[in-house]
Design a protein around this ligand. Structure first.
Ligand code: SAH
Length: 271
């Protein structure tokens, strides 16, 4: 039976076996893994994950799909299905009653593209409040353009505030491109698989809010030099001196600074 996809839930069913294998390979699943899947949909990925892991906890918002999943996969003892909105669900609390599924150590999902940023924030936290996570890796199928921004390196068009925010919290790797033909119905945009490895950043920040503000202001007008964009935070002459001390061209724009350079700058401005 085919199930009619609901646009507002970002439903596009993956149909390519090749992409499925690429996702599963990227997650490097081991027998004792306890996996979180967001948006199992009709269960194509779920089924594969259940075959090779200790447990799969899947969170699906659509009640009709949940009923269908319960019928098709409900008998499997290593499957836990939670009906609800992943963004508001208290996962820790839900799992209290199911110790066999804890702790979750990997995330593998083909997520709804319209809520990619909030999903990332829920999984990783933010610069100001990094999430204490048990996830060793997070493999996601997302919109290609967003994947490009997550992986971007300095001085490229895709490199921006999102790149820095996410790269501060996790190492990001591009796994593969995915054509819109791999889905039914095909989304209007191309897709890609990425792997995020959460990190405890080695250099704790003296003032995480400051880094957030600097990045926001720095990228507010991309074409302007940092010394102009950061005027409200630091005197332009002083900033030029700081940049020189850090071996950074004082005429740099926000997009020219690497994550480590942003962190160094934040240290200098806060001191
Ligand atoms: N993983 C499936 C479906 C991907 S489509 C596949 O690869 O075929 C995205 C899925 O996320 C849909 O099943 C949709 O109902 C679900 N979804 C959308 N918003 C959600 C939310 N806030 N919380 C949990 N699931 C959600």
């Amino acid at each position: 039976m085919t199930i009619r996809p609901r646009k507002h839930f970002g439903q596009h069913w993956l149909k390519s076996e090749i992409v499925l294998e690429q996702i599963v390979d990227a997650a490097r699943i081991e027998k004792n893994d306890r996996i979180l899947e967001i948006g199992p949909g009709t269960g194509i990925l779920t089924k594969r994950l259940l075959e090779c892991s200790e447990g799969v906890t899947a969170v699906e918002i659509d009640r009709d799909l949940c009923e269908r999943l319960a019928r098709s996969l409900g008998k499997k003892s290593n499957f836990l299905l939670l009906q609800g909105d992943f963004l508001t669900l208290d996962l820790e609390q839900c799992l209290e009653k199911f110790p066999a599924f804890r702790p979750l150590n990997k995330v593998v999902a083909n997520i709804p593209y319209n809520i990619t940023s909030p999903i990332l924030e829920k999984l990783l936290g933010s610069i100001v409040q990094p999430q204490r996570t048990t996830y060793e890796s997070i493999v996601l199928l997302i919109q290609k353009e967003v994947a490009g921004r997550l992986c971007a390196i300095p001085s490229t068009k895709a490199y921006g505030a999102l790149s820095i925010r996410i790269q501060y919290l996790a190492a990001v790797e591009w796994i593969c491109d995915v054509s819109s033909r791999a889905f039914s119905p095909p989304p209007e945009v191309d897709s890609a698989v990425v792997r995020l490895t959460p990190r405890t950043y080695p250099k704790p920040l003296p003032n995480p809010k400051k880094l957030n503000t600097l990045i926001d202001l720095g990228f507010a007008s991309r074409r302007k030099m940092l010394r102009n964009n950061l005027k409200s935070q630091v005197d332009p002459e002083k900033l030029s001196q700081i940049l020189e001390q850090l071996n950074i061209n004082p005429l740099s724009r926000a997009e020219d600074l690497s994550l480590d350079q942003w962190i160094d700058l934040c240290h200098q401005i806060t001191e």
